[in-house]
Design a protein around this ligand. Structure first.
Ligand code: ADP
Ligand code: MG
Length: 738
């Protein structure tokens, strides 16, 4: 084969996928969006209050409504009637299957479909769906991670409808399926999912919040519950690029890729005009979600190229988590239909922002309102300050637990990356509120002359700032006027874990607050002001270290936080060990959220997932380096060498600099590739339970740096090798072509 032939052969065999991808993207038209009126179809696929009223006898409706509002268990006496109504409603809309949807510890959504049809014994079939099938399902749990909670002989788990999350119909080209949101437990009552602890922690929160409210003369009849508003970030990349990049396809992130000449530095993307193809996708997503009763509200471009955000209005925390799982499912599914791929990985591309999921958190009920909202009068504000200070205390005491709730190999890549909150959990209060609380504390220090004293003695408490004013974006946990925004949750993970930690740690602080106030008041309501005053002083005295209004991305904060004694665990292997710490075990046992065993299982599963993720990434990196990057580099070296020797034989002067540099980089690349192969072969990837932590730490300290080194040389090669030989779609193609 002549050199020219060899070259064209190489182009065909190596870079065709990439070229095809580029050509397809250019040819892709934007989908037309037909106008529609969402008020006409919002919630049409949900067995909601309207459907219940229509399909249930009045007394059954009333009983079910009460069960839902009070968060109780479904009365077995009405289960059959409810199930039958649900079946009729679903079948009228074309459903032929039902499934209990549950949320296993992988953080994903799981479902097993059952047909409504049963043989009638006469050769035909009848549609059946009884109360038992609604209330309880059986699921073989042996293939879900359980962290040693179930040995295989008792692998069966059961699922049970969570009445506070309505059933809905999932549409697909294969037909409609009735989906019933459920908890997933072992037969011995151990939580094998992410929903059960939410319900448990809500109960603890309700109990303690109610105690505090009673001291303020409020006696709620409805449960106090957490509310959540989840802003979801994601990347949208053309599907052909993803199929030409095994790393995006399998690991959800680019393991290689030289930085593009232009990234996000022009700030030209955030809130920019949404490209029409993307807008078509967003409109489609929104309509499906409306039908599912998910109240999506906002959509916009995010900071990085090809990064976007979708956010629904807030709902009860439990429902918000279920709806967020639905949002992720619909995003992924719809992207495929539009020839695109939705990347929910926390850091798909190295040199630009990663994606998070902000959990906006508040507590309250329709009856008592939002307990994190400052009120209109001093009495309400005193109550607000007690709840606010309880959050401050909770975060200070359980920062490590909250950090652990957002740990994963992928989120580690984002936290602390000068774009996302650091792994140090601090609280942004804003200067005004901080000042108010500091003045309370000053009141405790006798003789701090000149300083205006705050006094809760009811009429002396001044109006509180309604809005903290400045919007600090660098804090992981920011007070934003009437809620807290927890920004460390990863885009691809379930928000349930963080919600559970927030509820539980707050329950404990409210318990403390109620004890503290009761102790001073001794049943005398007129001493409420004095008691609140002392409580605020006490909280600020012991916990103000966790308040930080400055720049959370700065180096100075890292040092300052260390001086203040705040925990800082940038990596998952260290972060998740708090699950088995005595403080967390005691906290969770006291409020019946997790047993010691359940916590240990979660720690083990986090470590297992960490190892599995990195094992996949390391083998993928090796495979791509060996079979895609190395061959391209060697072919180009050959081409340069052939050209140099032709020039020499013709007596034409030609520089060998590029060839030498390329040869040098290929050499380094080979060395680091071999090193990663050896290290990967030596690591114990599936260790015994007691060695999980050691393996994960080794992975962090040995495998990740080896992968980074290999990537460094690979990315250097991308800037040297002829573009038409390079097999992988480049960053600029993936991020800027849509
Ligand atoms: P931003 O980007 O400025 O943070 P967004 O509008 O994108 O604001 O998202 C704010 C989220 O906070 C929405 O989901 C909104 O419904 C939610 N939210 C608003 N008020 C509350 C509240 N009291 N409790 C919980 N979430 C809330
Ligand atoms: Mg936002």
């Amino acid at each position: 084969m002549s050199p020219a032939n060899a070259r064209s052969h190489a182009v065909l065999s190596v870079a065709t996928k990439r070229r095809d991808a580029v050509n397809t993207v250019n040819a892709h038209p934007a989908e037309p969006v037909m106008p529609s009126d969402p008020t006409e179809y919002f919630g049409c696929n949900v067995f909601d209050d309207k459907a219940m009223r229509r399909y249930l006898p009045k007394n059954v409706y009333k009983s079910l409504r009460k069960t839902i509002d009070l968060g109780r268990r479904l009365d077995p006496a009405i289960a059959d009637v409810v199930a039958n109504a649900m079946k009729t409603w679903a079948m009228e809309r074309g459903a032929d299957h039902y499934t209990h949807v549950f949320y296993p510890l992988t953080g994903l959504t799981a479902e097993k479909h059952d047909s409504f049809l049963d043989p009638d014994g006469k050769g035909g079939a009848i549609a059946q769906f009884g109360g038992n099938a609604l209330v309880q399902g059986e699921a073989d749990g042996s293939s879900f991670p359980s962290g040693g909670l179930r040995s295989t002989f008792e692998a069966r788990g059961y699922t049970a409808w969570d009445v506070t999350s309505p059933a809905y119909l999932m549409e697909s080209p294969a037909g409609m399926v009735l989906c019933i949101p459920t908890v997933f437990l072992s037969w011995t009552g151990i939580a094998l999912d992410k929903k059960t602890p939410i319900l448990r922690s809500n109960q603890a929160l309700n109990q303690q919040a109610t105690r505090v409210l009673r001291l303020f003369g409020v006696d709620p009849t409805m449960p106090i519950s957490s509310n959540g508003g989840l802003e979801q970030e994601y990347f949208l990349i053309d599907g052909t690029f993803v199929s030409a990049r095994p790393d995006l396809l399998i690991a959800g992130r680019a393991l290689f890729g030289a930085h593009p000449p232009k990234g996000q530095e022009f700030d030209d993307q955030y809130y920019g005009v949404i490209p029409s193809r993307v807008l078509g996708f967003m409109a489609d997503v929104q309509r499906q979600l409306y039908r599912l009763g998910v109240p999506v509200k906002t959509r916009h471009n995010e900071v990085a190229p090809s990064q976007y955000e979708i956010a629904p209005s807030y709902e009860s925390g439990n429902l918000a988590c279920d709806h967020n799982q639905l949002i992720m499912t619909v995003l992924r599914k719809t992207a495929r239909r539009h020839g695109m791929s939705c990347l929910l990985h926390e850091k798909p591309f190295d040199c630009i922002n990663g994606s998070g999921k902000h959990l906006n958190y508040s507590i309250g009920s329709p009856e008592v309102g939002n307990l994190f909202a400052p009120g209109d009068n001093p009495h309400e504000n005193a109550q607000f300050l007690v709840f606010l200070c309880s959050v401050i205390r909770a975060l200070h005491r359980h920062a490590g637990f909250l950090r652990a709730s957002v740990s994963s190999a992928s989120n580690d890549r984002r936290l602390g990356g000068h774009e996302a909150p650091p792994a140090i959990m601090s609280l942004f209060l804003g200067d005004q509120l901080t000042d108010v609380l500091e003045q309370f504390r000053a009141g405790h220090v006798t003789g701090s002359a000149g300083k205006r004293m705050m006094n809760v003695g009811v009429d002396t408490l001044p109006p509180l700032p309604a809005d903290p004013g400045d919007r600090n974006r660098t804090s992981p946990f920011a007070f934003v006027g009437n809620r807290f925004e927890f920004r460390a949750v990863g885009s691809g993970m379930s928000a349930a874990d963080s919600l559970v930690v927030l509820n539980t740690m707050l329950a404990e602080s409210l318990d403390y607050a109620a004890d503290f106030l009761e102790n001073i008041m001794q049943g005398d309501d007129s001493r409420l002001g004095e008691a609140v005053q002392k409580f605020i002083e006490n909280v600020m005295e012991e916990n103000s270290a966790v308040i930080f209004n400055g720049n959370g991305y700065s180096e100075i904060w890292q040092k300052e936080a260390e001086r203040r004694g705040l925990p800082n665990h940038p990596a998952t292997p260290d972060a998740v060990t708090v699950f088995s710490s005595p403080e967390v075990v005691e906290l969770c046992a006291k409020y019946h959220v997790f047993s010691r065993q359940e916590l240990k299982a979660r720690e083990d599963i986090e470590l297992e997932q960490y190892l599995k993720t990195l094992r996949t990434e390391a083998s993928l990196a090796i495979r791509m380096a060996r079979t895609q990057i190395y061959p391209a580099a060697v072919r180009y070296r050959q081409e340069l060498a052939a050209s140099a020797s032709s020039c020499a034989s013709l007596g034409i002067p030609a520089s060998l600099d590029t060839l030498k540099e390329l040869a040098e980089v290929i050499g380094r690349f080979e060395v680091s590739l071999r090193s990663l192969e050896e290290k990967t072969a030596a690591l114990v990837w599936a260790p015994a339970e007691e060695d999980l932590l050691d393996s994960a730490r080794e992975c962090l300290n040995v495998i990740i740096p080896a992968m980074e080194e290999l990537r460094g040389w690979a990315d250097k090669l991308e800037t040297l090798v002829a573009d038409d030989l390079w097999p992988l779609p480049s960053y600029q193609e993936m991020l800027f072509m849509k």
